[in-house]
Each structure stands twice: as C-alpha cells, then as structure tokens.
Design a protein around this ligand. Structure first.
Ligand SMILES: *Cc1c(COP(=O)(O)O)cnc(C)c1O
Length: 839
C-alpha cells in the first residue's frame, strides 16, 4: 500500500462516478443540471433576483444564501423524483417522530452528499468566493438539546443514504436551543433566532396544512397554558419541508417540521362576533405552540405547553401519514404492512391514543382490529433510565385538552389491567405498578407505560441500557411482553462526522482502503494492519495534527481563545449534568494542579482540558459546575505552577458545528458517566472515528467500543453498573474523603475559595453534594481509579508510535458505530422496511 506525504485536501466521494467528473451529474437526471459548465449563471441569478443586489455589493450572508439556493435548485428535481417514486411504488414507509432534530448546518453537508464538492470548489475558485467564509454564515438549525436530537438527525441521513422511504417529523421551533453566553464564567441564555433571516433549505407547504381539533380554548403564560373548558378550538399545522440528501444524491427524503398557526376559519368566527383584537391575538397564541424548544435535557419540567406541543406533533404527523397511506390506494387493514412509525422517546407517545382515535372514530374499526393495527404500526425507543426523566402528564390536562384521548387511554388501561390480573391473580401491587395511571394527589398518565403497551417494539439504545431497562426499570413489562423488548445500539453518520468534519483523515483513509468506506464504515477494518506501518502512522499523525491546527485557528477566530496545539487536547463536550460527571473531570484537574504545586519539577506532557456544553436554565447545580470550570481555568492561567503545563478552557455555546470542529482535533475523549446512567452516548463514537482515545467508564455504548477495539486500546476505569447499584444506600463519600489525601485536598481547595477569592462560599453546594451520604453519582468512589487511568494516558502520550497505533485501531474498528448499521437493524427487525431505490 502506498501513501502520499501529505493527504489530499478532499477525499474522493463514494460511488462509481464519484471522481467529480461531469457525467456523475447524469444520475441527477431530469434535464440540464446547473453547476456543470454554466454554474456561475445560476449563482448570479440567485444573487440578483433573490436579493436585488449588485454582484459586487453582495455581503457574505447574501452570497451564502445565493450559493445555498443554487444548491437547492440542483437537488430540487431529485427531491421531487424521490417522492414520485415512493408514491408510485407504494413501499412500506418509515416515519421517525421526534420532538427534536439537532441538524446543525446544511450547506457543506448537502454539497458533500450530492458529490458536488469538486464542482463547487472549482466554481468558487473561479468566482473568487471564499467558501469557508460562506459556510460560517449559516446558523445551526439547533432544534434539539443534545444526543437524542442529534441521533434523529443522523438517522434521517442514514435512511436517505440507504434509500429507505422515510420521512422525519418534528416541530419548526422559531427558537431552537438557546445560545449560551458566558459572563464572569456564568452561563447566560440568549434566544437563538435562527430564522431571523430566511432559511434557504425549507419549503413551506401551506396547502398541505392540517387542522388539529382541541377540546378547549387556551391561553399561554410563561410555558403554561390556562384552559377554557367547554369551548372547542383548533390549531393549524403548516408543514415546512427540508431536503435530507442521502450520500450519493440518489435518494432525497424529507424532514417535515410543523409550525402552529390559527386556522382562518377560526378568525372569521371571531370577526363575526366583532372581536377583531381577540381574533388577531389568538393567532399569536396559536403560534406560541411551536415558538420555542424546551431546553431541558433528560429532565422534563412538566409544563403544560409542552404537552400541547407533543400532541400537536403527533396529531399533525398522523394526519399526514394517514392521508399519504390512503392516497396511495391502501386500505385500513394494510396499515401495519405499509406504515412503520418510530417514536423517539415517549415525547410522541400520544400517537398510541391518537392512532386508536383515528381507527375507531374515522375508519370505524372495532376495538380489537384498531388495537392490533396500532400496535403493529408503532414502535418505541427508550432513551433514559433516570426516574426523573420518565414522563407523566396530569389526567386533568388530558381531560381538558384531549377528552376523547383520555377515554381511549382509560379503555386501553382497563383491558390491559384485566390481562395483568388474569396472569397474576391477587397481585394488586403489580397492577398498581403497571397501570398506565399513577394514582396520588394528582393522577397522572405514565407515558412510558402507554408506549410499551401500545407498540410492538420497545428498544434501548445500547446493550447495557436495553438490559437495565428490561431487568430494572420495567421488569414487569419485560416479563409480560418478552418478545417486544430489544436493543438497537446507537450510531452516528460517518459522512458528517468523518468525511466532512475531518477531510485530512478522510483522504488518508480513502487512500488506504478506497472510496467505499463512507457508505460502508465496516470497510475501515482493512486499516487495522496499517497500525503496524510506521509510514502510515506518520501520515495519520500528520492528518490529526492538521485537524488540530484547523481547530486552533477556528476557535481563535470565533471566541478569541488561544490554544496550544502542542498540548494534549482532552475533551469533555456534552450537556452539563451531574450523571455525566464533569465534576469528576474537574476534581482530577485539581489533583493534577496540586501535584504541580507540590513538585515544580514534575514534567507531565502539557494538557488542555476542553469543556463545552449547556446546562438546563433551571438546573442550578449544573450552572454552578460551569462556573467552577471557568474559575479553575482562570486560576490556572494566572498561576506560574500551571502555566504551559495544565490548562482548562470552557468553550461557549456547544453546538453541532463546534462538535464537528473540536472532535477531529481532540486526543482524548472523556466518557466518564456514573456506570448505569448514560443510555448510550454518541459523542464517544464520533471521537473514536476521528482517532481520539477514550477515557471512560463501563457505561452505555462505551462498553461496546471497548469490545470492538479491545480493552488495551482505551482507558477504562471505575465501578461497573452492578457495583454502583450494589452500593446504593450504603455508599459513604466521606470514607474516600478521609482515606484518600489527593481527593480530600482537591475538594478542600475548591471549597477553600482558592479559585474564587471574591466569594469564598460559592462552591459550598458542590462540596455538599459530593459529600452527601449516598451521593448518587459516586464521584469520589471513582476519582482514584480515574486519576490512575489518566496517568496511563500521559505515559502513553510520550510514546508517539504507541499512541498512534491505538488511535489507528480505534478508527479502524469504528465500523459498528455508523448509524447505517443501526438503521439496518431497525429496518430489518422492527420496521420490516426495505430500500426503494430511485432510478
Ligand atoms: C453528539 C452530540 C451530543 C451528544 O453527546 P453525548 O456525549 O453523547 O451526550 C450532544 N450535542 C451535540 C452538539 C452533539 O453533536
């Protein structure tokens, strides 16, 4: 095998004609394709006609919009043809329902997946356009909180790449996840006005709007709704479609996001009553339903407007799904043969009651028939075992907004509990545990129970998570429906997370194993023997170095943060949450700092600990953790003992775009959750693919990463999930505090005010939390073994070849973690769906 000294800038795209030559465009068919010979004309037309601007006067944002619009013109015919083919072939259609799609930017991704990179690069060069600058103009579509929303985005991309007939359904929030600013080291939330300028990718389809009837009228105040019973009302759901370009551009599926509006007929009713002002106000009220994404991750706050959002998504999507099903000439008995609906967590679990309502009240089926079709059509993915994250909604809220749905839920429950009683006579405790209704001062509907009972499949998102779900969280249900429970370990799309994010490494991999890896990540296995090839190792390290330098430039331009590329980049980037244990990382940093202060002669390889992530606005301890990280960072920067050897940087406003740039530049991937708490994790996979080495606990998909690479190729530490569960109740952090001097000194230094002399008591709540008897996340129990694992990291870093060997093996064995593999499993064992290639 031969490798060049410098990896080429762009890898060749996958596919037989993927060399960027003109004839690859033939596959887009449908007449002349722009961007072949007269590409400039299209771009210029877009600038002049869309913006009415002199070509030489156009600013970067206008140039971005013109290029994006030109790309959309290129894909439009292919997008239509995909829909035509699905209408014609009437295949089993997959629907992915999710309250979140954390999409990020689309321009570079679409160019890549259309295999247009060579042409666009060339056209830009000839026009003197700075593509990198244009790309930076696009705001992230941040319609999600974190892993769950990003998973949905990776999944729809994989489904398009695999030619599955699939549509994603979500909400078109006017405000996505808040923008995080740091003031004096504290998180401040700013609105994310991603639609302040028109989005070039979306197509509004007002003529496909659907009407959503509600059992009452409502007013919204600060995330809660006040209902006026007895007066029915309506919402209008207007679809906004976004293209989902599969790799190779053959299939272009749709992500359909609903915007809430008021139906005009409703306004007329008000007008006739003379209440002009009231009618106009109601329009604004309706629009609040899709105004803003709830910024809580894994900890829902139970606001009633959120309930309405969930129902709005379900009602709009099922109406659309049923309309498409009938339009294609299908009849009700075929529903489960032609439609598969996947529920991304319980957020869309109202689909169980809504589909029953449609089948009973509209199709006129009897209960048993409707129930069989509902179960056959729907499937549910569980995302978390945290008890505080299991959704429940007050029966009162159902009663006011969705009285018919409550009736249906009660009837589902009555029949279900009859079955439970029949199987376990006299076991009323079990009946109480399994009921869809939680009894108590406020009676509530348990959405996870509804989702399990009303679907044919319940899956977790990593092997350990699915196992814990079955054995600990809902064992009664697993015993009753053993065939319904399964596992689908998450994945990420290697197009965005490797081909696009890391062009240097991607080019090297293409040289090593050919162009096919991006659509078949298992092909990277052929790289494994190259870990022993000294020449390849040098090319690999050079590609990683290039990614690091690119990131250093980018973050300096973005935030004015100067990073030392000669230090180890050790990254923990994810939502800030106690179970993810950013505090464990900080404690270890302070341990290292104390060692340097004790012994100035110590000479560990310099390290930069990079943190990024948002805290839910009401999660006070998480916000305090952000502040601590910033205080520690500032103190280290000032202290001679740490300078040049130990740094901490908190990078503000974590996003898909930041992740795409930071992950390829990172040497160490921190995956240090308390074992048993992280359902899967997906950043662990992105880091692995890009050649970072993992320091992690035996949790989520990190366990499966270790299985793929072998335990000698990452740094595992800490208690297992069984050990964590086994010591619950008697765990005493003070024992560690009293017997482990480094832990005690680290905690004491934080509590002493050393990092925050202006307000010495600031971190008392953190000390308190860490030392509380039975501390659920067991930080101190794992600190010693964590520090030991980190010592091994430092030792290995001194051995360039040894490090490169392990990093290469990580990349080579990352094939399992492509979302293509995950989707193939869903398609095969849950959906029964097969590809529907578009000619
Ligand atoms: C991948 C990703 C996540 C998920 O990260 P975890 O470490 O798995 O929690 C969250 N946010 C963004 C922006 C991501 O890209």
């Amino acid at each position: 095998m031969s490798t060049r000294a410098t990896p080429s800038a762009t890898p060749r795209a996958d596919g037989p004609e993927g060399d960027g030559s003109g004839d690859l465009l033939a596959r887009y068919g449908c007449g002349p394709v722009p961007f072949t010979g007269h590409d400039d004309a299209l771009y210029e037309r877009r600038l002049i006609f869309d913006h009415v601007v002199d070509l030489t006067e156009a600013g970067p944002r206008e140039r971005f919009e013109a290029v994006a619009a030109a790309i959309r013109d290129v894909l439009a015919q292919r997008w239509v043809r995909t829909q035509q083919e699905h209408e014609r072939a009437n295949p089993k259609q997959v629907y992915y329902l999710s309250m979140e799609f954390l999409i990020g930017r689309s321009l570079a991704n679409n160019v890549m997946n259309l295999l247009l990179s060579p042409l666009v690069d060339d056209a830009a060069r000839r026009r003197g356009l700075d593509l990198a600058e244009l790309i930076e103009q696009e705001p992230d579509a941040g319609l999600g909180n974190g892993g769950l929303g990003r998973l949905a985005a990776c999944f729809v991309e994989s489904m398009a790449t695999m030619a599955l007939p699939a549509i994603g359904y979500g909400l078109r929030y006017d405000f996505g996840i808040f923008r995080q600013e740091l003031r004096d080291g504290c998180q401040v939330e700013q609105p994310d006005r991603w639609l302040a300028r028109p989005d070039p990718w979306e197509v509004a389809r007002p003529n496909e709007a659907v009407t959503v009837p509600l059992g009452c009228r409502f007013e919204a105040h600060g995330g809660e709704i006040a209902v006026h019973r007895g007066q029915a009302s309506h919402l209008l759901g207007v679809p906004y479609d976004r293209p989902v370009v599969g790799h190779g551009g053959r299939t272009i599926n749709t992500l359909r996001l609903w915007k809430a509006e008021t139906p005009d007929v409703f306004d007329f009713g008000e007008f006739s009553g003379g209440d002009y002002f009231g009618a106009v106000s109601d329009r604004v009220l309706a629009e609040t339903v899709s105004r803003v994404l709830y910024p809580d991750d894994s900890t829902p706050r139970g606001r009633s407007l959120r309930f309405l959002q969930e129902y709005f998504l379900v009602a709009c999507s099922l109406d659309d799904i049923v309309a498409r099903f009938l339009r294609r000439g299908n009849d009700w008995p075929a529903l489960a043969d032609k439609v598969a609906v996947q529920l991304n967590d319980t957020h869309p679990a109202l689909a169980v009651a809504e589909l029953m309502r449609i089948l009973l009240d509209r199709a006129g089926l009897n209960w048993d028939r409707a129930w069989e079709l509902t179960i056959g059509t729907l499937a549910y993915t569980n995302h978390t075992l945290l008890p505080e994250a299991l959704e429940t909604w007050p029966v009162d809220l159902f009663e006011a907004l969705l009285p018919r749905h409550l009736e249906i839920v009660y009837e589902i429950n009555r029949r279900f509990l009859d079955d439970v009683r029949a199987a376990h006579p006299g076991d009323e405790a079990k009946v109480g545990r399994m009921s869809l209704i939680e009894e108590g001062p406020t009676r509530k509907v348990r959405m996870a129970h509804l989702a399990i009972v009303g679907t044919h499949s319940t899956n977790g998102v990593a092997a350990i998570h699915s196992e814990l779900l079955r054995t600990r969280t809902v064992p009664d249900f697993a015993a009753m429906f053993p065939g319904r429970f399964g596992n689908k370990t998450n994945g990420v799309t290697p197009r965005r997370w490797l081909l696009l994010a890391n062009p240097g490494l991607a080019a090297l991999l293409t040289e090593a194993v050919g162009v096919g890896w991006a659509a078949d990540l298992g092909k990277l296995a052929a790289v494994t023997p190259l870990a022993e090839d000294a020449g390849f190792r040098e090319h690999f390290l050079a590609a990683r170095r290039a990614a690091k330098l690119r990131f250093v430039d980018w973050i300096r331009d973005r935030d004015g943060i100067a990073l030392d590329p000669d230090s180890i980049f050790d990254a923990q980037v994810k939502r800030i949450h106690e179970y993810k244990r950013q505090l464990l990382n900080v404690l270890h940093v302070v341990v290292c700092y104390n060692r340097l202060r004790d012994d100035p002669g110590l000479d560990p390889p310099p390290r930069t600990f990079l943190f990024a992530g948002k805290a839910a606005p009401a999660y006070h301890l998480a916000k305090l953790i952000i502040r601590l990280i910033n205080d520690v960072g500032a103190t280290l920067d000032r202290d001679q003992a740490a300078r040049g050897r130990l740094r901490v940087a908190f990078l503000p406003d974590y996003s898909v775009t930041l992740a795409e740039r930071l992950i390829p530049a990172s040497d160490v991937s921190e995956q240090i959750s308390t074992a048993g708490f992280e359902a899967s994790g997906t950043s662990n996979m992105k880091f692995m693919m890009n050649g970072a080495l993992t320091v992690g606990t035996r949790d989520g998909a990190t366990i499966e990463i270790a299985e793929e690479v072998g335990e000698e190729n990452l740094f595992l530490f800490g208690l297992t999930a069984d050990q964590v569960a086994g010591s619950r109740g008697w765990y005493e952090p003070r024992w560690h505090y009293e017997h482990e001097p480094e832990a005690r000194r680290a905690l004491d230094l934080i509590a002493s005010g050393h990092f925050n002399p202006g307000e010495p008591g600031r971190y008392a709540p953190i000390r308190e939390a860490l030392l509380t008897h039975g501390e659920p996340y067991m930080h101190l129990a794992d600190l010693t073994s964590y520090a030991e694992a980190q010592r091994c990291v430092s030792d290995l870093y001194a051995d360039r070849a040894g490090w490169a060997r392990k990093a290469i093996i990580n990349v080579a064995r990352s094939g399992k973690f492509s979302s293509d593999r995950t989707i193939a499993e869903y398609a095969g064992s849950i959906w029964g769906a097969t590809p529907c290639p578009v000619a």
